[in-house]
Design a protein around this ligand. Structure first.
Ligand code: FE2
Length: 187
């Protein structure tokens, strides 16, 4: 057996163990002195991981728009889309770290996000400012809706901290939706 073959076998073995780790965390959070009830934390962790997948997808959609926008409004939109990306990166971190604080595993890999995000895939062939404004405002609005639903879910689970984080994210997303949508208004 060559060394390369051995390495491949090791890598494949460690990949195969990943679902077991996930399923253990899905049935039992890590122990913590946090006094939120374990059953509620488990549900919150699952719901926040769904929002985390959406947020990571949204962040990459902002970059996709930032990189590919063209036309007379290029520089303004190029900078705006990157500013939004910066804030969405903070939302990603807030969600992921809340999940870990509650004893969960933040599931932020590309493979997980690909299968879990509820956002529409960002079209690859857009070029004009108007096209990217339409696509990114759709993505922001979809994300904003799921975050608003998430606030209600956290209220029902009596987790004020997670509701507060989602409320902060919701305020930010509503602001950025305004910044993007304003390009379609006033005409
Ligand atoms: Fe850039």
């Amino acid at each position: 057996m060559t060394r390369a073959t051995t390495d491949r076998t090791d890598a494949s073995a460690s990949r195969q163990s990943a679902p077991e780790v996930r399923s253990r965390a899905a049935t039992r959070p890590y122990p913590t002195k946090n006094d939120l009830p374990e059953a509620g934390r488990l549900e919150t962790i699952g719901l926040l991981n769904q929002r985390l997948a959406d947020a990571i997808d949204l962040q990459m959609q902002c970059k996709q728009a930032h990189w590919n926008v063209k036309g007379p409004t290029f520089i303004a939109l190029h900078k705006l889309f990157d500013e939004i990306n910066g804030d969405v990166a903070e939302y990603v971190d807030l969600l992921a770290e809340r999940i870990v604080q509650l004893g969960g595993i933040a599931e932020g890999t590309v493979g997980i996000v690909e299968g879990r995000s509820t956002l529409l895939d960002y079209p690859l062939t857009l070029s004009t400012g108007a096209e990217h404004v339409a696509a990114l405002s759709d993505a922001l609005a979809m994300f904003g809706r799921t975050v608003r639903v998430g606030i209600e879910e956290m209220n029902e689970l009596e987790d004020a901290g997670s509701a507060d984080i989602l409320t902060e994210i919701s305020r930010g997303v509503d602001k950025w939706l305004w910044f993007v949508e304003a390009h379609q208004q006033g005409g």
